[in-house]
Ligand binder design. Structure first.
Ligand SMILES: [Zn+2]
Length: 493
């Protein structure tokens, strides 16, 4: 297979903690699984960053010429409140609070999730499976693990035997934890009495009579453990071994560690070649948290309705802001940072717009090929988007020099630069141009001023029927006229 770039792609594999050359299991094809959201509330901005990071990775792999099957699930059952094996199901709890069917909760927040991601220009994954749609597959995996002796049934629930698994396997290899340390640091909890060891985790939980989300199983009515769905859905759609598994850093332990254990216990194969983890987003230097109020929703950024913001920011600016940090680094969001990104975004867009209007020369001062190689070098170095963006600004600097007659570019180079800028900015980084092009808004401005003039003339002539008519018709279209000392102004909703 001929890849678009001749350089080797390297990725940081959490399993080894090192940058490794990316070689897919099957030449030319990539299977990628990313843990999706638990749909019991509006999508969190930190989660948006994680999904955007993997969207950029998905986009770049496709750009390189790989055929990518990207699976990102929806958790619509089994995720308990405290991420351990007790507490209420997050969705069932919300359903009770809001007096809704659990599936109404799921539907509402799945729609919000999709709408938000679409605004941020994320591509839909190839497959978006749900946990409740894969109960049979999850039961089958539990049966396999029981058969291999790495799980045990207790009072209608089935638990994974971590201690027994660790004798022949390595539980903790992804997160770098040792089972002995985990055991030493655990206090016995009463809720865990059913388990042989506190580290054991639930594969299947018995449903108490009041539990609404329940399915029949060989062990009685119950529901699957949270970690199991990802093993079931990733192996179903990507095979028992696949290339990339991604998710937020916070999922490394226990979620991803448990996924490895489940897969290895059921078929003795290490499921994932490259584990990729995206880092978190902080707000004004502190961890985001609903309980402390240090929190912001994507919709509040788009509308500007949050006290920490001086104004609203377009989704494209938010995307550009997030792409300015490496996906494995912590990124801090603040009003100042967003304002700076907004400036940078407009500068970049202006540069791209200007590129097509440059007057070409017979010679070039800008080595477009060398520049393009540097861009690929950045992306092939574990998707280094901040370095790529620095190169994009170097191109903008050159474009401005050419515009001012201080440098030259040939037609061929200009075209190549234009193609590469478009590919990196719109296709790979997924940044979109400002909404509505300037010609349209300039024309609209002109037309409105003409109408305001006509209305003022009608008023001067005491033709109030005409002047009111203009005002009312505009208002019906969402355009408000405001008469003040300085004359008439308008605002568009
Ligand atoms: Zn998962």
């Amino acid at each position: 297979m001929q890849l678009f770039s001749q350089q080797q792609l390297k990725v940081t594999n959490s399993l080894s903690g090192k940058k490794e050359v990316f070689t897919p299991l099957k030449e030319g094809y990539v299977g990628m699984y990313v843990c999706g959201p638990t749909v019991y509330s509006n999508v969190h901005l930190g989660n948006c960053r994680t999904f955007m990071s993997f969207d950029m990775i998905f986009r770049y792999l496709k750009h390189l010429g790989y055929k990518v099957r990207y699976v990102r699930n929806i958790t619509d059952a089994g995720h308990l409140e405290n991420d351990a094996d007790d507490g209420e199901d997050k969705i069932a709890k919300k359903a009770k609070l809001e007096q809704l069917e659990p599936m109404e909760v799921v539907q509402r927040y799945t729609v919000d999730f999709h709408e938000t991601l679409q605004k941020l220009n994320l591509l839909p994954p190839s497959i978006e499976p749900t946990a409740t749609g894969h109960i049979i597959e999850q039961i089958q995996i539990i049966e396999q693990i029981l058969e291999k002796g790495f799980a045990y049934e207790q009072n209608g629930s089935v638990y994974f035997d971590v201690v027994k698994f660790n004798v022949s396997h390595d539980y903790g290899k992804l997160s770098g934890r040792k089972l002995e340390d985990m055991i030493a640091n655990t206090r016995e909890l009463t809720a865990q009495q059913e388990k042989k060891n506190p580290q054991d985790f639930a594969l299947w939980k018995k449903a108490e009579p009041q539990h609404i989300m329940r399915w029949p199983s060989p062990w009685g009515d119950g529901f699957p453990g949270w970690h199991l769905e990802c093993t079931a859905m990733s192996t179903k759609y990507l095979g028992e071994q696949f290339d990339i598994h991604g998710g937020g850093m916070d999922l490394k332990f226990p979620h991803h560690e448990c996924e490895i254990a489940q897969a290895e216990a059921s078929n003795n194969l290490s499921p994932v070649k490259y584990w990729l983890h995206a880092n978190m987003l902080t707000l004004n230097g502190k961890k985001m948290s609903k309980s402390t109020g240090n929190n912001i929703y994507p919709s509040e950024i788009f509308s500007g309705e949050n006290d920490i913001l001086s104004k609203a920011f377009a989704p494209a600016v938010v995307r550009f802001f997030m792409m300015q940090a490496h996906y494995t680094s912590i990124l801090d969001l603040s009003d100042t940072a967003l304002l700076a990104s907004e400036k940078g975004y407009h500068k970049l867009m202006e540069g791209i717009k200007c590129l097509s209007t440059l007057a070409p020369s017979d010679t070039s001062d800008f080595d477009v090929n060398a520049w393009k190689n540097k861009c690929y070098e950045a992306m092939n170095d574990d998707f280094n988007t901040p370095i790529l963006i620095a190169h994009l600004f170097e191109a903008v600097r050159q474009i401005n020099l050419i515009k001012d007659g201080k440098a030259k570019i040939t037609v061929t180079n200009q075209l190549e630069l234009q193609n590469s800028m478009n590919a990196f900015v719109f296709e790979v980084l997924g940044i979109t141009a400002p909404e509505g092009n300037d010609t349209t808004s300039e024309t609209l401005d002109g037309v409105l001023h003409l109408l305001i003039d006509l209305r003022n003339k009608a008023r001067a002539n005491k033709d109030f029927a005409t002047s009111d008519n203009i005002r009312d018709k505009l208002e019906a279209m969402g355009i408000q006229l405001k008469d003040g000392k300085e004359g008439t102004t308008f605002s568009i909703n």
